[in-house]
Ligand binder design. Structure first.
Ligand code: ADP
Ligand code: MG
Length: 367
């Protein structure tokens, strides 16, 4: 039996807005789960229902198989970290960390021991006497995380805890939170709109859009086996390239670049989509630049270079395939000149196809 179970959960706000639709998820003890999706897709609402801060309109929330819908936040054994740090400004770091334990009536010497241990994990030992206003954003966020982990609860919920930090601090805190999770073993649900955070931190990711789960899977699954156009476009940076086309005689004609589907799809699939609109997808990092020689087991495309961005470890090349735009990721030493003509290849196994009407991924031989 799963540790946490969300069964057919819906949230309808008092104003009638249906924010979360039929949310189903089973979470194992100790997992690090990330809810990811654009702003307004229902991540915080779902998290707050799990925390007991927002009532569940319908459906069941179970902890260890036991219905917890009606349990209060404290009874659920959950600690939550918010985007705004919500520290007590008139209390020192020590007292901010100790506060929850004091409320629970824990002995002073136990509190002191736990505060010191928590401060050590988070690098706050030298700041225990300071007030929040005398801390940097990163340090404040550490105190907020510290207040959650000091309570030794089994479940951590974090709602965009890094979004107030600068890019460098975010990367540091990302690995610190992963490390804390490894040390505490607490089941963690982490909310973010940032796909990189999701990919780097999660055991499993839940991708959401407009209140609906789009896909649940490991970072590897979502990257290589996206269920639909939304997930394919959301995971990966720069995003997957999409080219709309119609199947004719089992082929796609993308401005004179021919994609013969017989190379990648079974006959019944090709027949099913004859005269239908599909979306071809390939990731910027999947392309290979073509010299004069032949490239095997790949489709080739002719394009014109419009813009290049040297990023150090790679170059993003913005190309035009006679009206269709795409981004290619190439070695920095292969950066092509602007306005030059380029031929690139996409290996068969890196090609994705989506049904344009349903947006679902079409099963190919490689998938
Ligand atoms: P996210 O955290 O993914 O950005 P939220 O869960 O905060 O999204 O919000 C999901 C949707 O519910 C949004 O459209 C938001 O405007 C709406 N919403 C949030 N809180 C309320 C509320 N108290 N009353 C009505 N609608 C709300
Ligand atoms: Mg939110």
């Amino acid at each position: 039996m799963a540790y946490l179970t969300l069964q057919g959960i819906n949230k309808i706000y008092p104003n009638g807005f249906h924010a979360v639709h039929n949310f189903n998820l089973e979470i194992e003890k100790g997992e690090f789960i990330v809810f990811v999706g654009s702003s307004g897709c229902g991540k915080s609402t779902t998290l707050r229902m799990i925390a007991g801060l927002e009532n569940i309109s319908s459906g069941d929330f179970l902890i260890n198989g036991e219905r917890a819908n009606e349990k209060g936040p404290r009874e659920r054994g959950i600690a939550m970290v918010f985007q705004s740090y919500a520290l007590y400004p008139h209390m020192t770091v020590y007292d901010n960390l100790a506060f929850g334990l004091t409320l629970e009536g824990v002995d002073d010497d136990v509190i002191e021991d736990r505060v010191n241990k928590t401060a050590k994990i988070l690098g706050l030992t030298d700041y225990l006497d300071r007030f929040p206003r005398a801390l940097s954003g990163g340090q404040r966020q550490r105190v907020a995380v510290g207040r959650a982990i000091i309570r030794k609860v089994e479940i951590f919920l974090m709602d965009e805890p890094l979004s107030n930090l600068d890019a460098k601090q975010r990367v540091t805190m990302r690995s610190e939170i992963t490390q804390i999770h490894r040390e505490t073993g607490a089941t963690t649900i982490y909310v973010t709109h940032d796909q990189t955070e999701a990919m780097t931190m999660a055991d499993r990711i839940v991708v959401m859009k407009l209140g609906y789960i789009q896909q649940v899977g490991t970072p590897y699954d979502l990257y290589f086996n996206p269920a639909n156009l939304f997930v394919a476009g959301f995971i990966g940076e720069p995003p997957m390239n999409f080219i709309e086309s119609t199947v004719n005689d089992g082929k796609l004609n993308i401005n004179d670049n021919i994609v013969d589907l017989v190379a990648i799809a079974d006959k019944e699939v090709i027949d099913k989509y004859e005269h239908e609109e599909v979306v071809l997808g390939f990731r910027p990092e999947a392309v290979k630049l073509v010299g004069k020689g032949e490239v095997r087991n790949a489709f080739t495309f002719n394009c014109t270079v419009e813009l290049t961005e040297l990023l150090g470890d790679n170059t993003n090349v913005y190309v035009d395939i006679r009206g269709v735009k795409a981004i290619l990721k190439v070695e920095p030493h292969d950066s092509p000149a602007i306005d030059s003509k380029l031929q690139f290849a996409v290996p068969f196994e890196s090609i994705y196809l989506f049904d344009k009407a349903t947006e679902k991924r079409i099963k190919l031989r490689n998938s």
